[in-house]
Design a protein. Structure first.
Length: 122
């Protein structure tokens, strides 16, 4: 059985490196992207099994990226997990409107991400 592919979109390169190690050791293939604008075309090419998106990034927010993903038939059913260091009440409504089902508040334990990914893949 092939490894599941997780795409992580975050402008923090250190976090991407840390999560690369965690996901690889957990048996996942990872596509790391630090530019949300280019991540959309990369998602169309790689068709990841799960996408993890930082909500606050320069150029395009995670909300905008998740909403754009829903416009493409190939990407509509991919589970999206949001992560961010901030959270306000209106974020829950925005996440729902953009098709984001799970949220992790930064900083989080890497194993919490693995758990969220496994839940999303069910």
């Amino acid at each position: 059985m092939a490894n599941k592919t997780v795409m992580i979109v975050d402008d923090n390169l250190e976090l991407l490196e840390e999560l690369q190690t965690t996901l690889t050791l957990s048996g996942y293939d990872m596509v790391a992207v630090n530019d949300p604008v280019s991540s959309l075309s990369l998602a169309k090419k790689t068709k990841p099994d799960v996408v993890v998106i930082d909500l606050k990034m320069p150029g395009m927010s995670g909300f905008e990226l998740a909403k754009e993903m829903r416009r493409y038939l190939k990407l509509q059913r991919i589970p999206v997990i949001a992560m961010s260091g901030f959270f306000e009440d209106e974020c829950a409504l925005l996440m729902h409107l953009c098709g984001i089902k799970r949220y992790l508040r930064k900083p989080f334990q890497p194993l919490n991400l693995i758990s969220a990914i496994e839940e999303s893949l069910k």
